[in-house]
Design a protein around this ligand. Structure first.
Ligand code: IVH
Length: 310
C-alpha cells in the first residue's frame, strides 16, 4: 500500500470517548476548550466487513487489494471488479492522476442467508457470519463466484495526491464523503456531523437499538475528527490514527433451548456435531442451529437436549 491501512483504537463507553476528546483538545490547542466547535466530529457506522484499498489512475480502477498487515495486502483486482457498487470508472471530469479509496466490502444479511441456504442444500460447510463469507469470497480464484455472492461496498476514505490543491478544497471528512458519492461510490447514508457529547450519545444509542433492522452488520460507530488540518496535526501511532476512534456496541445475546443434537457429515467425511435449538432472532437473522465444531468441544460443553443456552 502506498499509504498504510491503519486499524482503529477501540472505546467501549461514552466516557472513554469523552476522555479521547479531552486528550485531542489538549493536543490541538493546549487546553483551550474547543469541544463545542460545530461539526467537530463525523460519526459513521462501523461496517463489519473487510477493508479494501482501491487505486484509480486517471479515474479508472487499476488495482484493488485487501488490508493484509496494513503495509502489504493481497491483490484481488479481478474479484473486486465484480462488486457492483465499486465503479470501474469514476463519474467525474478531470479526475486526479491517482486516487486511493478505502472502504469496506461486505455481504448483506439477506445475501448471507441465501448463500448459506444454498450451501446447506449442497451439504457444504456453512459460513459462520457475513464477514467470513465476504472474506472467503474475496479470496476466490474465480471472479464469477464473487459476482454470484452479491458483495457490496461502502467507501469511507480518500487519499488525494499529496501535493495536489484538491486537498485544500476537500478539507474535511464530510466533504470527502460527498466527493466519494459524486464519484459514484456508495457511502453510508447514516453518517452524521456531531458537535457535542449529547449528539454523540444520541447517535450511539439510536444505532445500538436500530442496527438489528438494517441489512448489513455493524459492530459499533466510528468517530473521526472532521477537519483534515486537525487530522494532520494529530497524526497516528504505529497502529491507528489519533484522530479516529471506534465505539463498539455490546455483543448481542439471546437465550433459547436445545431441541435436538445431530451429527453432520461433510464432503470430506468429517463429522461435525450440531446443536439445533428453538429459532431466535439474532443480529438481524433467524438462527436455529449452531456448529459445535468437533467432538472434543461437544464433550467439553456437556450439552443436552432441553438445556437452556445463550
Ligand atoms: S476508518 C484510518 N471507517 O474497521 C482509519 N473504518 O477496526 C481507519 N471499518 O480496518 C478506517 N467501518 O476495515 C473506518 N466507517 C468506517 C469503518 C471502518 C468499518 C473497519 C476498517 C478498519 C477496521 C478497524
Amino acid at each position: 500500500h502506498t499509504n498504510p491501512l491503519f486499524s482503529l483504537d477501540n472505546a467501549f463507553s461514552i466516557k472513554e470517548v469523552n476522555d479521547w476528546i479531552i486528550k485531542i483538545e489538549k493536543n490541538l490547542n493546549k487546553g483551550k476548550n474547543k469541544i463545542n466547535n460545530n461539526d467537530f466530529l463525523v460519526a459513521e457506522l462501523k461496517i463489519d466487513g473487510n477493508a479494501l484499498a482501491l487505486k484509480y489512475e486517471h479515474g479508472v480502477l487499476t488495482n484493488a487489494a485487501t488490508r493484509g498487515n496494513g503495509e502489504e495486502g493481497e491483490e484481488i483486482t479481478n474479484n473486486v471488479k465484480m462488486i457492483n457498487s465499486v465503479p470501474l470508472k469514476l463519474r467525474i471530469n478531470n479526475p486526479p492522476e491517482l486516487l486511493e479509496i478505502r472502504g469496506e466490502a461486505f455481504i448483506s444479511k439477506n445475501s448471507f442467508n441465501l448463500i448459506n441456504k444454498y450451501r446447506e442444500s449442497k451439504n457444504e460447510q456453512l459460513f459462520a457470519n457475513p464477514r467470513n463469507a465476504c472474506a472467503g469470497s474475496l479470496r476466490q480464484l474465480d471472479p464469477n463466484i464473487v459476482r454470484n455472492r452479491n458483495l457490496d461496498f461502502f467507501a469511507y476514505q480518500v487519499h488525494f495526491p499529496k501535493t495536489s490543491k484538491i486537498n485544500n478544497f476537500y478539507n474535511s471528512q464530510w466533504k470527502r464523503l460527498e466527493f466519494l458519492k459524486v464519484c459514484g461510490f456508495k457511502i453510508n447514508l447514516n453518517s452524521r456531523l456531531i458537535s457535542n457529547i449529547s449528539e454523540l450519545e444520541e447517535y450511539y444509542n439510536f444505532w445500538e437499538k436500530e442496527r438489528t433492522k438494517i441489512n448489513f452488520e455493524t459492530d459499533g460507530i466510528v468517530l473521526k475528527i472532521n477537519d483534515m488540518d486537525k487530522q494532520k496535526i494529530l497524526g497516528h501511532t504505529q497502529k491507528a490514527p489519533r484522530w479516529a476512534i471506534a465505539l463498539k456496541f455490546p455483543a448481542e445475546e439471546v437465550s433459547t433451548r436445545i431441541k435436538d443434537l445431530s451429527f453432520q457429515v461433510g464432503r470430506s467425511g468429517a463429522i461435525t456435531p450440531v446443536a439445533n435449538f428453538e429459532e431466535v432472532q439474532l443480529a438481524g437473522t433467524k438462527v436455529s442451529r449452531a456448529t459445535l465444531h468437533n467432538i472434543e468441544r461437544f464433550e467439553y460443553l456437556d450439552i443436552h437436549v432441553l438445556d437452556t443456552i445463550v
